[in-house]
Design a protein. Structure first.
Lengths: 214, 214
């Protein structure tokens, strides 16, 4: 069975949980508590040299990086697909996804916030300003881009793609950190639509075995 | 003809230039000087709402995000391929690439350094510490991972893949910022091997029309 090292509150872990539930692939959940530094232990370094979650193991196949895991899962279980079939829409899906995964998430993750607190003495207010700044830098152009397409149920098509797998966990974080989302009605509608799906519900942080509060 | 909005010193632009030269796809070069804030103008915002480079236009197809551009180019001109054919190696290539593109590059790019200088009064030494920290966080596990495979000319296979397209521009930046690469002999060997290729030479920052010094 697939082994998934993850943490309920890690948004990259959340993405992979959605993908696995969407494709109805069973997996064994190994909780790695990032707050307690469980990823920094020698034991975990031997499992994943990058010391990050999610970490995915399927027999001899071992992968970090959520988008690499999506690509592998798509090959393993092509249906339901996570990617639009049309090459142009597929590239657009990747564009939107990468804007979230490269230009938003890495700036607001725990290791960066820890560095800022420890090395710059950022106080809570400065940490919040930093986080909100990067949320708006990406959510504003995404709202603009996605709101132009009003014909589909989800961001680009009538089925869930990698866009929603990455967007919903970022919006979860945005709520958690009090980001004002009132200017992003299209993104919020997509969020509500996705959260009606069983696969998204099963993947929610509060529905994981290691949940310890928001 | 394909239009590429880019900047000689942007490492994400450098990646896309290598891909275009490898696939021998002609393109028109539009220089966007990030140092001068050319990406922040209303004119450029109308072209690319994310206000980032590289920005790729092929007729009606418009894309930001280097990995989305690679995916599109691979569909347009499959040969020479940028991805390993084997699904597992393909996922490993994505894993390594994403570690560079998501976990290293976004932390050290100009907009983040500008924020740190302006909002935290980081001095030059603190900026350098920040940058070097993230370089080593990623290059150390990459060296460990890639050095285990000594049978291939490049990181994963005997031909260039997206791994080298993203690694070589990051190593260029590492040299530029004085990062000690002595612990990464495997990565340095891959760099030398790539820089023997015409496509990498053509894509080098110093060989672009907007080059203004290192």
């Amino acid at each position: 069975m697939i082994q998934l090292y993850n943490y309920y509150r890690s948004s990259a872990s959340y993405r992979v949980r959605i993908a696995l539930h969407l494709k109805q692939i069973p997996f064994e959940y190994h909780a790695i508590n990032l707050r307690d530094g469980a990823h920094k232990t020698d034991t975990f370094k031997k499992i994943n040299t990058f010391q990050t979650v999610p970490y995915f193991i399927d027999g001899d196949i071992k992968l970090s990086q959520s988008l690499a895991i999506f690509d592998y899962l798509e090959n393993l279980h092509p249906e339901p697909t996570l990617y639009p079939k049309d090459p142009v829409l597929r590239a657009k899906a990747l564009e939107i996804t990468l804007s979230l995964v490269c230009d938003l998430h890495p700036l607001n993750n725990l290791k960066v916030l820890t560095y800022l607190r420890e090395k710059t003495n950022f106080n809570d207010e400065q940490i919040m300003s930093w986080m909100h700044h990067w949320f708006h830098q990406i959510l504003a152009p995404l709202e603009e881009m996605i709101s132009k397409n009003k014909q589909t149920r989800y961001a680009l098509t009538n089925s869930v793609t990698i866009v929603e797998l990455c967007l919903i966990p970022q919006l979860y974080n945005a709520h958690r950190f009090g980001v004002d989302l009132s200017k992003y009605p299209t993104l919020k509608t997509i969020e509500s639509t996705c959260l009606e799906l069983d696969s998204f519900q099963k993947a929610l942080p509060e529905n994981q075995i290691d949940y310890e509060g928001n």
